[in-house]
Design a binder for this molecule. Structure first.
Ligand code: UTP
Ligand code: MG
Length: 507
């Protein structure tokens, strides 16, 4: 209680008001030592705040007891605002001068928190990732009938940490390693050998391999249904549904370059915690507005959106992400990698990369992302994460995003001018919406979605008197249900001060 009269730790009536979730405040709750420390165990058992599983052996409390404890707890709690850029660690250290801190809670109701919530809700779970590897392993067993010792490897969003629950499972049949074994595999008395007959081209070999694997999956692959052989695509593939896991699978062959770009995205995602949150939000935003689709067409892809986010983060000052060229410069001899004549070298040890000094908050980055691409000169410039700067477009495709390793390829050459224009229009509108949220513009009515939630719901955009011209298709059910969870944290009263955090402590 002593700390109640000391500066930041003082508990005032205002603090109590601030405990109502405020739009722009991150809230930390601290519980202190001394008489309060003894209460901490009890705090953790309060219903609604801890585990309530059937195996819980603690005596059940009466409603009135819980009420009493909560009230008592509230009296030992204060909220403290601290500036945005203030280090949490330093702040805790400062507060601990007034007595040891045994417990603290940190919850945010910022737009940035919504982005984090979205990431946590939609990212692949541990079980889901394991199931993806297991599915590859099962397909490998089928392929091994033709190619003993082959490997089926997952790539793309299943492994690059940008995968959303429900994303497809990209996998490729890796035959490269077979010939490289020092001792051929033996089964009983037989020596297994893999031999490729002469075929006119690599592409035809790929088509033949996928054709037989496709047949095999179709007729004998356990749980493989709806097998389609899409052999005339630029990158031939076999598409099928794997019933047991529920995954939509795309099987290609010898796609090591795509595996390398998955590794690169993994590295970018691991370098800074803001990267994945931003990519997820942009991907969800694009899906909600039908800018992306699971059906192939003139839409922008998630892979392209991810490249755009990485490029944008390379353009910040100071940069949040390094360019691919600088990652190449940090590479050592064992990182050297050339695939089909393409230099895919970059440093793979994350510890060799300096963390960014940039501390911009997520909500600002999201707004700036929309502003940046809402005003990007797509008509003359190309996006290029290798150099980390705009370059003149080498061709006339509406959107040009250079493939990081196959630099002559444009990963978004399928995107039409009208789809690009739709992206630009929506980016501008979204930047405007976030600007309104951040600068105390017209406040949304109580219980109305705000921040990211407002960006995801077309109906909300309409009700806020923005463009009413387009008749948009509804967002996917998954995004809608997620929005509901975000809305639960939304403010009743958007009156908080910008750039402030709020903390509460037991004293
Ligand atoms: P996908 O289109 O499936 O993208 O391509 P994704 O990253 O897995 O995202 P979602 O969740 O399915 O929408 C799979 C991978 O193929 C490579 C990239 O490594 C990508 O992650 N790829 C894709 C390319 O190298 N070039 C392309 O033009 C497209
Ligand atoms: Mg994919």
């Amino acid at each position: 209680m002593a700390a109640r009269s000391v500066g930041l730790l003082a508990r005032s009536p205002l603090c109590a008001q601030s405990r109502t979730p405020v739009r722009l405040a991150a809230v930390r709750l601290l519980s202190g030592a001394g008489p309060v420390a003894a209460d901490i165990g009890r705090e953790e058992q309060l219903p609604g705040g801890g585990e309530t599983g059937s195996e819980d052996k603690t005596p059940k409390k009466r409603f009135s007891e819980v009420q009493e404890e909560r009230r008592e707890q509230a009296q030992r709690t204060v909220l403290i605002h601290c500036p945005h850029k203030f280090s949490e660690k330093k702040f805790l250290k400062y507060l601990s001068q007034h007595g040891p801190i045994n417990n603290h809670f940190f919850y945010e109701s910022l737009v940035g928190d919504q982005l984090d919530t979205l990431l946590k809700e939609l990212q692949l779970t541990e079980e889901n990732v394991r199931l993806r590897y297991l599915t590859c392993s099962l397909i490998e067993d089928v392929a091994a009938a033709y190619f003993p010792d082959c490997t089926v490897r997952p790539f793309g969003s299943s492994v690059n940490t940008f995968g959303k629950l429900g994303c497809d499972l990209d996998m490729f049949l890796d035959l490269d390693e077979i010939g490289k074994r020092s001792t051929p595999k033996t089964v009983g008395n037989f020596l297994l050998e893999f031999q490729v007959k002469n075929v006119p081209s690599e592409r035809i070999a790929t088509q033949k391999i996928l054709s037989v694997i496709g047949e095999c999956l179709d007729h004998f692959g356990p749980g493989c249904v709806g097998v389609q052989k899409i052999l005339n695509a630029r990158c031939p593939l076999v598409r099928f549904s794997h019933q047991a896991s529920g995954f939509q699978c795309d099987l290609t062959t010898n796609n090591r370059i795509a595996l390398k770009s998955s590794e690169l995205l993994y590295l970018y995602g691991a370098l800074d915690s803001r990267v994945r949150a931003l990519v997820f939000s942009v991907r969800c935003w694009a899906r909600a507005h039908s800018l992306t689709s699971s059906i192939p067409g003139a839409w922008i892809t998630n892979f392209s959106l991810t490249m755009m986010v990485i490029f944008f983060l390379q353009r910040r000052s100071p940069p949040i992400l390094p360019t691919l060229e600088s990652l190449k410069a940090l590479a050592s001899a064992e990182d050297k990698c050339v695939i089909e004549g393409n230099n895919c070298t970059f440093v793979r040890d994350l510890n060799k990369i300096q963390p960014s000094r940039n501390t911009e908050p997520l909500e600002l980055l999201l707004k700036e992302f929309f502003e940046y691409f809402g005003n990007f000169a797509f008509n003359k410039n190309s996006i290029n994460i290798r150099q980390g700067r705009e370059q003149n477009k080498p061709d006339s495709s509406p959107l040009h995003i250079q493939n990081p390793f196959e630099t002559s390829l444009n990963i978004s050459r399928n995107v039409s001018q009208s789809q690009l224009q739709k992206f630009v229009d929506l980016a501008r509108e979204s930047a405007w919406l976030l600007q309104q949220d951040g600068e105390g513009g017209p406040a949304p009515a109580p219980r109305q979605p705000w921040g990211l939630a407002a960006l995801l719901l077309p109906s909300v955009r309409d009700s806020r008197s923005l463009s009413k011209k387009q008749n948009r298709r509804p967002a996917s059910e998954r995004i809608k249900s997620l929005l509901e969870s975000i809305k639960e944290h939304s403010p009743d009263s958007p009156t908080a001060t910008d750039g402030k955090r709020t903390m509460s402590t037991h004293t």
